[in-house]
Design a protein around this ligand. Structure first.
Ligand SMILES: Cc1cc2nc3c(=O)[nH]c(=O)nc-3n(C[C@H](O)[C@H](O)[C@H](O)COP(=O)(O)O)c2cc1C
Ligand code: SF4
Length: 391
């Protein structure tokens, strides 16, 4: 257990402000697809347990923007409006439990997933035509090798508008902020990547033009919410994929995003070298990787931007988390699987009960259970996904 002096000086538990939103400490739960939905009892119990455990802000699992604003993916009249309304019980419950909550928004251009988020049932699309199908599980209903078609300029404008509309819907559902996922090879990062974007219109070409899609999405979201919802931008530090965006490219992008009004930057991973490794160990690094492995990348952004920076990636112990924030590598830390393993992590740290923390093994049983089409499961927390049974 850390000594009393360490506890008195802990910066991790100090408040911080993101785009006018005050957070009671510097611990965020990052987006994690847990396949519990977003408006039923199971989802509520899952998120409320983490909120009660002391985390300042929760980012929901990724939500395809279309689900918030269109009945098409639901194949049912008024389903999107019902979804938005239904999430109000989630946001109210998390607020009552003392945390902020925001949805992670993404466009499911090549994620016709069916993993509880029915979306993009049509053809897979991308900035430029590609057979890099990325993640196409058995769930998709599409042949595994369906190539991506290049989006038309008109379709791109529509997607940008839809990000704005989805942000508006998030405001109506009572969320406190929005995160746009532009990391790990999502549509926004594809637009920024020279490897994935070979367009010659205003959305492609030199680095400035490759920023256009991301910047316009941010502006659409800010305009649609009258600037009332802070926008967190989850950006990849660098692409492992050959010819992708470098760290310097992404830092340059971050500076423009800051001018466009993003409230914070969450520094995740870029596009993987091998898309098949995406769910295996790229997004969620395994125990052979060091604790806090991405923190130095977060620091590279932190040195250049003025908005708060969030670090993520195996920040499993209070010592590693504190080292990151107290050495100004980042302003906040996002703690993912460790909060699946032990929802009370923050509370235990605050009370000096570190020895009682149930350690995440970074074994990715949680990932594997979902990939196998089952309920989420954890190697050390038998209650994961079953919180509602105890509530
Ligand atoms: C089960 C699971 C689902 C995830 N789903 C998402 C997601 O929907 N969006 C996203 O940006 N990251 C997702 N991630 C990545 C996490 O946000 C986080 O970056 C990653 O787990 C590394 O942090 P950690 O070592 O603290 O777990 C997921 C991770 C896990 C384990
Ligand atoms: S299954 Fe393994 S990696 Fe996932 S939260 Fe549990 S201990 Fe951590």
């Amino acid at each position: 257990m850390p000594d009393a002096e360490w506890r008195r000086t802990v910066r991790l538990l100090e408040p911080v402000t993101i785009g006018g939103m005050r957070l009671k400490n510097r611990v965020v739960m990052p987006a994690m697809f847990v396949n519990l939905g977003l408006r039923g009892r199971r989802a509520r119990a899952f998120y409320v347990e983490r909120a009660r455990g002391g985390v300042a802000a929760i980012v929901t699992q990724g939500i395809s923007v279309d689900l918030l604003i269109s009945d098409e993916p639901w194949r049912q009249a008024d389903a999107a409006a019902a979804f938005v309304k239904g999430m109000r019980s989630l946001t109210d419950a998390v607020h009552a439990a003392g945390a902020r909550i925001g949805p992670q928004l993404f466009h499911a251009n090549r994620f016709p997933s069916g993993m509880g988020l029915e979306d993009a049932r049509g053809e897979p699309v991308a900035p430029s035509a590609s057979d890099d199908i990325y993640y196409r599980g058995a769930h998709s209903g599409l042949p595994p090798k369906t190539p991506c078609r290049a989006l038309t300029a008109a379709e791109i404008e529509t997607i940008i508008l839809r990000f704005g509309q989805a942000a508006r819907a998030a405001l109506e559902a009572g969320f406190d902020f929005i995160e746009i996922n532009a990391s790990n090879g999502q549509l926004c990062s594809q637009f920024f990547s020279p490897a994935d974007n070979r367009r010659t219109d205003k959305f492609g070409g030199d680095i400035a033009r490759r920023m256009t899609f991301g910047l316009e999405c941010v502006m659409a979201m800010r305009i649609a919410t009258s600037g009332d919802l802070p926008v967190i931008f989850r950006i990849g530090a660098y692409d492992e994929k050959t010819g992708g965006a470098t760290l310097a490219d992404n830092v340059a992008f971050a500076l423009e995003l800051e001018k466009a009004g993003v409230a914070a930057l969450n520094i995740g991973v870029g596009a993987p070298a091998d898309p098949r490794r995406y769910w295996i160990d790229h997004v969620a690094p395994t125990s052979d990787r060091p604790l806090g492995l991405l923190a130095d990348f977060a620091a590279a952004f932190k040195r250049k931007v003025n908005v708060p920076v969030i670090a993520v990636g195996r920040i499993n112990t209070p010592q590693v988390a504190e080292e990151i924030v107290s050495n100004d590598k980042a302003d906040l830390v996002a703690i993912g699987r460790q909060l699946l393993a032990d929802p009370l992590w923050v509370e235990k740290v605050a009370e000096g009960r570190d020895d009682k923390i149930v350690a995440c093994l970074s074994c990715n049983t949680c990932m594997d259970s979902l990939a196998a089409g089952g309920d989420i499961a954890c190697a050390v927390n038998p209650s994961l996904g079953k919180e509602a049974e105890r509530a």
